[in-house]
Design a protein around this ligand. Sequence first.
Ligand SMILES: [Zn+2]
Length: 160
Amino acid sequence: MTMLRPLQQWTCDYCRQVIEAANEGVLEWIEDGDHQACGFRVVHYLPASPIKSTREAGCYHYADQRHKERLDSFLGPDGLARLLLFLDAGSGHGPLPIADAPELAKCCRRLLLPYYEEARLYWGAATKDGFFRRGDRAWAYLEDTLKSIINEYGPKTRIS
Ligand SMILES: [Zn+2]
């Protein structure tokens, strides 16, 4: 059994509880001194935050209200279109460079690759075990590989 429905549920980067649906989650980020996007976080949308009664900002990390968009904006092909703007803002706008490409890549994997969000919880155990020596770098992120990581290193009930 997977704990999270792939591409429909996530683990909140603030409270660590499950974000039950894309419209209950937000991608937030900030700009560094050079106006480069950084600090990407997947968190509960304030009205859906389990901690909103005890913390005014709910699960948000940043006070900056500008850079918070619901997760459903970043799913599927339209989501990829939006995420790619962090690499190339398109003609007439100039580049909107990001400060940290691996950070953006991780964010894209969480939002676009089925089973990554759960498999990443077991990445450390799989690495320590030599799991990733079985294939090339892309293989690590393929859907069947990610399912295998969950099956081998996650709670001991199998996913179909
Ligand atoms: Zn949360």
